[in-house]
Design a protein around this ligand. Structure first.
Ligand SMILES: Cc1ncc(COP(=O)(O)O)c(C=O)c1O
Length: 362
């Protein structure tokens, strides 16, 4: 059977990207974000590759994601970025030896309700300006009291998350870092501030721990720059195939809504990828795919299973030819920008129709 759409994930690229993170932040330990199925790349294979390459901790959003990794028997500890949501989850986190990121007092109560002496690893998340999750900065003394009351809790450190680290011209990141530092002046414990954009663009955010996600997959969080330009290797190539090639006359419309009209007699290739595979319907005419090493622009709307492309620049194209949708030779940053979104959403949007293959790793 020939797969319609294949995502080939290069695990050696993921490992290279971890080394690149370590080069940028040589004194920091690395908590790798592998939530959301490792940003659509496949949680277990990616986590295993990072584990083999010596990552310090793996971070997931929730208990289901942690359990999937637990079953893979990895060496690295696993952190729950949203923490525990119920007494059952608190007990399970302790049983599984998970680290929990605690962001609210009701979560402290869940941990306090556990049998005394429960051995649970805890991070405290502070809200330094993102205003999504985290304790207010003036909660630090109360949090220290909670730690003092529970000597069996293994305190991992203080986390905050940056809201605008991708905006290199904004002072918001400096303000967040300063607020975090002020709140923790003289307070013991490791610090963790930087996501990918933080660790790439803001050296002062590289503290005891960095928490990259996107950069590990080889994409850039900074607008106008590709991951490759920053020394990262795109880890995922999304490929499809040409299913049909037809020649149409000048003036003939292509696809739903006739959003493209042939300006001259021309070959149109039909490629078997669509929004049901995760390709964004918002991709406009002119957005490229790659056929035989050359760019072929989209001609017509992205539909559920197919796209149509202008093959005038690839006259030798044949039915069955592979077509790169995004990857090394066509950055996900470019494709997502054309679709009005970000590489995160492009990656996470890949659906279970896509066939995954894994290469490399140790
Ligand atoms: C708390 C936290 N830390 C780190 C990350 C990794 O961010 P990025 O993929 O931008 O590096 C995320 C992702 O959203 C996050 O929520």
């Amino acid at each position: 059977m020939i797969p319609r759409v294949t995502a080939t994930v290069n695990l050696s690229a993921v490992q290279h990207n971890l080394r690149q993170v370590r080069k940028l932040a040589p004194s920091s330990r690395v908590m790798a974000a592998v939530k959301a199925d490792a940003y659509g790349h496949g949680a277990v294979p990616v986590a295993r590759a990072l584990d083999e390459a010596g990552v310090d901790t793996l971070a997931v959003a929730c208990m289901e994601e942690a359990q999937e990794l637990r079953e893979a028997h990895l060496r690295a500890p696993i952190a729950l970025l949203e923490g525990v949501l119920s007494p059952d989850e608190a007990a399970l986190a302790a049983y599984e030896g998970l680290q929990v990121v605690v962001h609210a007092f009701w979560q402290i109560e869940l941990l306090e309700a556990m049998p005394s002496g429960s051995n649970i690893a805890v991070w405290f998340k502070l809200d330094s300006g993102m205003h999504r999750l985290g304790f207010p900065l003036d909660a630090v003394p109360r949090l220290r009291q909670a730690l003092a009351r529970h000597p069996s809790w293994r305190f991992q450190g203080w986390i905050t998350h940056l809201a605008r680290a991708d905006e290199t011209g904004s002072s918001a990141t400096i303000d967040q870092i300063a607020a975090f530092d002020r709140a923790l002046a003289g307070v013991p414990g490791a610090r963790s501030i930087a996501n990918s954009a933080g660790l790439i663009a803001w050296p002062s955010a590289r503290r005891d721990w960095v928490r990259p996600g996107l950069a590990l997959y080889g994409a850039s969080p900074l607008p106008g720059k590709t991951g490759a330009e920053l020394g990262f290797q795109p880890a995922l190539n999304l490929e499809s195939r040409i299913l049909a090639i037809r020649t149409y006359e000048a003036g003939e419309p292509i696809g739903y809504g006739a959003s493209y009209v042939c300006p001259e007699r021309m070959p149109i290739g039909v490629v078997t990828v669509g929004y049901a595979d995760g390709l964004h319907r918002a991709l406009p005419n002119g957005s490229p795919v790659i056929v035989r090493g050359r760019r072929a622009p989209l001609a017509g709307r992205v539909s559920m299973d197919m796209i149509t492309v202008d093959l005038r620049g690839v006259a030798d194209a044949q039915v069955g030819d592979p077509v790169l949708i995004f990857g090394e030779a066509l950055p996900a940053e470019e494709v997502s920008e054309r679709a009005g979104t970000i590489p995160y959403e492009l990656f996470c949007g890949l659906t279970n129709r896509v066939r995954f293959r894994y290469l490399g790793g140790e």
